[in-house]
Design a protein. Sequence first.
Length: 182
Amino acid sequence: MKTMDLFDMRETLKTEGILICFAGPFSHGIIEELGNAVRRYLETMQMKKALLMDVFSVFIEQTQNVRNYAQKKLTEGNTEYDFNCGIVIIGRKGNKYVVSSGNIVEKKDLEEAIARLAELNRLDKDGLKAAYREQMRKVIPSGKTTSGLGFIDMSRKASEPLQYSIREINETYCFFTLRAVI
């Protein structure tokens, strides 16, 4: 392995306002340990408790999304890519915090997520609150692993609509990035 110039990387992270960055596998244990570290780090920044909890909550939701997707792909027997190797960052832009995550996904799996994000981005705070209540009342269908509250909850905590980008890898796969500004 070639020796990297970590000083340059550190300076880039600093210039871009990146406070925390993790790239690698998102196991349950790693998410738990990262969560503890993130919470302690955010507490040292003397943030308001509500803001700290919103940033922390969105961080946890995004890491769990990466982990849950990886588990789904492994259950399906898909080993072409390391779906569990993702990235999550927490940064600061002015007085706002940005939580972003990214991972490799199959293009066919994005249609539903993109449609859901577009739907949620059209709602105001009252609409998001109503969508959350409605989703809470729904029964989780057999075979589904999540309640569908993640995007709604992140949207409610965000100060701007959730943003995403898709970078094509090949005909089947892409790298999906989700960004929440709090």
